[in-house]
Design a binder for this molecule. Sequence first.
Ligand code: DX5
Ligand code: ZN
Length: 214
Amino acid sequence: MINPSILSADFARLAEEARAVEGADWLHVDVMDNHFVPNLTLGVPVVESLSKATDTPLDLHLMIEDPDRWAPQYIEAGAGSVTFHVEAAAAPVRLAREIRAKGARASMALKPATPIEPYEDLLPELDMLLIMTVEPGFGGQAFLDIMLPKIRRTRELISRHGLQLALQVDGGVSAATIERCAEAGADVFVAGSAVYGADDPAKAVRDLREKAEA
Ligand code: DX5
Ligand code: ZN
């Protein structure tokens, strides 16, 4: 699955930019609060408008403090999937259950320095796990290849538990790095600058998908 990140789109033309990647599986929406990460993007009202403007389901990536409080509001605003950071969540199990109970897919993100092993027992509560391949906060950063062993170990854990969890990578994913991520076991790929920085974003999505499947 290829999920273009609208962080690299033109925020004054969000509806058009969302439609430019129709055919993508999900639209990745980065919510930043200037506290959990040193950047500020958008909030509930923008997500609400965006969900009405596109048929592509929204994959929300909450880079915010107190996701326990905010996640339900993003689901009401139209999010089909909600990713919270384990470093920010007060009660990750309760939060994952609440997200699912409200009808969205529950997903948990790990910053580059956060290991997966302490959270092994949480995996059955999740529909997706996000392994950050850059420090969260900004688009256009270089892919951290030292994350590849973590992707591989996480995929092994998921298989060992017999789970059907999606494994998402986010940060520096491009035609140059996507094959290594896929080979390590990722199956959902977020791409911001590699899609919206291209002359033809829809073609960039198709090209990435082809590379991931190769
Ligand atoms: C970064 C965000 C990413 C960002 C990725 O903190 O979570 O989703 O948009 O951008 P690229 O693909 O340009 O690294
Ligand atoms: Zn993201």
